[in-house]
Design a protein around this ligand. Structure first.
Ligand SMILES: [Zn+2]
Length: 434
């Protein structure tokens, strides 16, 4: 053995089990921070794990284990792992060797079965170069006082996925990117708010990568921009969607089973990797709060969209959109118009409509954050007043009771005389606070 051998002996506290574990799968994922290898086992097993140099490799010895004859691996040179080999250093011990592209630090743990998964041995590898970068990122992650509220803006589709097409072949992926860029400008122009484009070009991003990008940026909101299509070309108007309960609970199940990123899912609480129960309770709480916020933002945007033009429906829709499934970032999806409607297809390409649509979304977002500013943000510190853009159906009395202010102070703050309750749709009202 090489002299630079590091030996890590994992003595597990499992009770004795009579059966030999069988390893039937190796699954590997690489992200910018780490490479995760997961071995699927039929039983938990005692294991030893160590790294060797020249060439760099990780050796996993599993006691009383065998390799399934159908052993499968999704490995195609993923991240830090170049290859996988196996053997038997002594009878009854299964050795799996991961050949690495560079020296790596590692962390490993055994997971008990959950959901569709059985026993798993998880090995996380952190490369030297990647590790340095990720620690830099963590310093930057410490959020300043009076920080901006961050709005992740996701232009739907892109690249090989054109989205829907209009009768004149207008592509959804192009118009939604234009609207998304316009929305970022409007958001950036607001004090205390900044926009982050999830997609800024004609390329495709997987749905989970979209919301993961928002999560990594610690976004306070994720807004996905789309254009609808329907077989009846007369259908028109904009709509706002949030994730349905059912969609949320299936994603929740996946996250629990997966346990990836679980500690930051529950607000930075460090959880024992084996503590599934606590994680599931905390994650459930986090997700309920997220869904409640998503609903409130969606209502707010729907309200301002009603001023900007025709809305397709009068209420927020619920759908099982994968891109909305972030468990901890409130997420909404705006269908800006029906690209299948000839009139709306034309509008979608026009600067004026893109301008109006993005301003309406920005107003709805702003109204929400002035009502419920996250602690530590500029808006929370500087909200000497709220602002509210009047929607169709709003009354002064209704707005006063919504913000819990008296009708007379609302009138005074906005120089509204007389006793009428009608106000102009689109007018921006100042809501006194404190
Ligand atoms: Zn779409």
């Amino acid at each position: 053995m090489a002299p630079s051998r590091i030996l890590i002996v994992m003595v597990l506290t499992f009770s004795l089990h009579g059966h030999a574990a069988e390893v039937n799968k190796l699954r590997v994922w690489a992200d910018p921070d780490k490479t995760r290898a997961v071995l699927d086992l039929t039983e938990s097993a005692e294991y030893k794990l160590f790294t060797l140099k020249n060439p760099n490799r990780v050796v996993i010895d599993l006691a009383a284990s065998t390799l399934d004859s159908e052993f499968k691996s999704n490995l195609k040179k993923s991240g830090l792992i170049a290859d996988v080999r196996h053997g038997a250093p002594k009878p009854g011990t299964l050795r799996i060797v991961l050949d690495l592209t560079e020296a790596a630090k590692m962390k490993s743990f055994m997971l008990a079965p959950t959901g569709e998964y059985g026993h798993r041995l998880v090995v996380d590898l952190f490369g030297a170069s990647k590790g340095a970068r990720s620690s830099v990122k963590h310093v930057a992650d410490v959020q300043k006082a009076n920080r901006d509220v961050v709005i992740a803006i996701d232009a739907g589709h892109g690249g090989e996925d054109p989205g829907a097409s209009g009768p004149k072949r207008t592509r959804e992926k192009h118009v939604v990117l234009q609207i998304a860029r316009e929305l970022k400008k409007k958001i950036d122009a607001e004090p205390g708010m900044s926009g982050l484009l999830i997609r800024d070009g004609d390329y495709y991003i997987a749905h989970r990568d979209r919301y993961e990008k928002a999560r990594r940026a610690r976004a306070d909101l994720f807004v996905s921009i789309h254009a609808d299509a329907f077989h009846d070309s007369r259908v028109r108007g904009s709509s706002v969607f949030v994730l349905s309960r059912r969609g949320a609970s299936s994603e929740y199940a996946r996250l629990i089973a997966d346990s990836e990123n679980r500690s930051d899912l529950v607000g930075g609480v460090k959880l024992d990797e084996k503590d599934d129960m606590l994680a599931s309770v905390l994650l459930d709480l986090s997700q309920s709060a997220t869904m409640e916020a998503s609903n409130a933002v969606a209502e707010s945007i729907l309200g301002t969209l009603k001023n900007a033009g025709k809305t397709h429906k009068n209420h927020v829709g619920h759908a099982n959109f994968l891109v909305l499934k972030s468990p901890d970032v409130p997420s909404v999806l705006v269908e800006t118009a029906f690209i299948s409607n000839p009139g709306e297809e034309k509008k979608l390409t026009q600067r004026d409509f893109q301008h109006r649509m993005s301003q309406a979304i920005a107003n709805g977002v702003r109204n929400y954050f002035y009502r419920s500013p996250p602690p530590g943000t500029w808006i929370a510190a500087n909200r000497s007043y709220d602002r509210h853009v009047v929607s169709r159906g709003d009354t002064l009395g209704g707005i006063a009771s919504r913000y819990k202010v008296s009708l007379s102070s609302l009138r005074r703050a906005n120089n509204i005389s007389g006793s009428g309750d009608k106000i102009l749709v689109g007018k921006e009202l100042v809501i006194p606070t404190g």
